[in-house]
Design a protein around this ligand. Structure first.
Ligand code: CTP
Ligand code: MG
Length: 371
């Protein structure tokens, strides 16, 4: 049993308007086309691949599959998708052919498997999902009918017996226009078997389809330092006038420490204790704002974008509200954020506990980031 997968990539991607064929656009470092082909390369039942290309993309497309461990034929496409598939079919010598749009990068191993099983059992298998919106039949500017029940949205992969699909394709006339292969089968041969697709298996068509929705992550951080004589009181990078200061290896800026830990936590990185250990002499007396700059650099390196930071300082004394706007300014400058995305509040603890007894000052912070 020989199974060939045709991956169509010979379009121009004109609606996506990316200045190149959309299937060559990268998503998280890998092209749309590579992602579309991967489950077929991985599936052990698929024997080989045929990839349609358009002339200007030939070298680029070929290079993407240099190290593929399955035979791949590259076939020049035609002016339409149907013409491209027709060319590819001429190069197939198999029992079952699976056809998949190179512009559907979210296809899964499971869909490939379902299509193959369906062809083995019913002679065809076409991925589709139930229509959610009502589908209208248009006659020029007029809608003449609407349907939803019994309607489905057709996807790829679509699987057929090669000899049947070739037979159906042999009837195609010059006036025919098909957006998929099930359409050719239905018009010229017989109905095809529906296979449950996946709503995530979308075809990337317009520019907006390439804008990835960012993933949101939140993080939390907490710090507490003891108050002592002969120390400056630094919070959020701002020196607060007081007869005591916080004791620590660095400048003991509890608020900035909590902010750093919140950011690192949101980014899935280790905390400041690990990154800037207090056993390391280079951090003795260092300004925590310098460390915050390094944390920001680490996030930038991982493409983590900060949405907002929110901190609360717990201190019985001194009164901190006069310093809040300076703290916001200093933290937002260090993080490259507008001030409205960095907010600080202050609270006393009603004389209760370590903070209440004025033995120390604590700070808690939350950060929201996008990956
Ligand atoms: N395709 C093809 N040969 C063509 C036209 C399209 O192989 N002559 C492929 C595309 O590369 C894509 C799939 O068929 O993987 C679906 O087509 P579509 O989404 O229309 O892609 P494009 O034709 O490239 O885009 P557009 O119509 O916006 O120009
Ligand atoms: Mg097209």
């Amino acid at each position: 049993m020989k199974i060939t997968a045709i991956i169509t990539a010979a379009g121009k991607g004109s609606r996506a308007n990316l200045g190149k064929n959309k299937v060559l656009e990268r998503i998280d470092g890998k092209t749309v086309l590579e992602r579309a082909a991967q489950p077929f390369l991985d599936n052990t039942s698929v024997t080989d691949l045929v990839i349609t290309y358009s002339k200007p993309d030939y070298e680029t497309v070929r290079a993407l599959f240099d190290s593929a461990d399955k035979p791949i034929s590259f076939v020049e496409g035609g002016d339409t998708r149907t013409a491209s598939v027709a060319n590819a079919l001429e190069n197939c010598d198999c029992d079952i052919v699976l056809i998949h749009d190179g512009a559907r990068p979210f296809v899964t191993d499971e869909l490939v498997e379902r299509c193959i099983d369906s062809v083995l059992q019913y002679g065809s298998g076409v991925c589709c999902v139930p229509a959610i919106d009502t589908i209208g039949l248009m006659d020029g500017e007029e809608i003449t009918e609407t349907h939803r029940e019994n309607n489905c949205i057709i996807q790829t992969p679509q699987g057929f017996l090669l000899y049947e699909l070739k037979h159906a394709y042999s009837f195609i006339g010059a006036e025919d226009s098909f957006s998929d292969d099930a359409g050719v089968m239905c018009k010229y041969l017989h109905s095809v078997r529906a296979v449950l697709g996946d709503t995530k298996n979308v075809k990337l068509t317009y520019f907006e389809d390439f804008i990835r929705k960012p993933e949101l992550r939140c993080g939390t951080g907490f710090d507490l330092h003891r108050l002592g004589e002969n120390r400056k009181l630094i919070l959020g990078g701002v020196e607060v006038e007081y007869n005591k200061g916080l004791i620590g290896h660095s400048d003991a800026d509890a608020l900035t420490h909590a902010v750093m830990d919140a950011l690192l936590s949101a980014a899935g990185l280790k905390d400041i204790g690990n990154i800037f250990p207090d056993t390391d002499e280079q951090y003795k007396g260092i300004s925590s704002m310098v460390l915050l700059g390094r944390v920001k650099g680490m996030l930038d390196e991982q493409n983590v974008r900060i949405m907002n930071v929110s901190g609360v300082i717990q201190a019985e004394r001194p009164k901190l509200s006069p310093y809040v706007s300076a703290m916001r300014a200093s933290l937002s400058t260090a993080l490259g954020l507008p001030e409205e995305r960095v907010n600080i509040s202050c609270t006393t603890l009603e004389g209760i506990g370590i903070v209440g007894r004025e033995e120390g000052i604590a700070a808690q912070a939350y950060a929201l980031v996008t990956l």
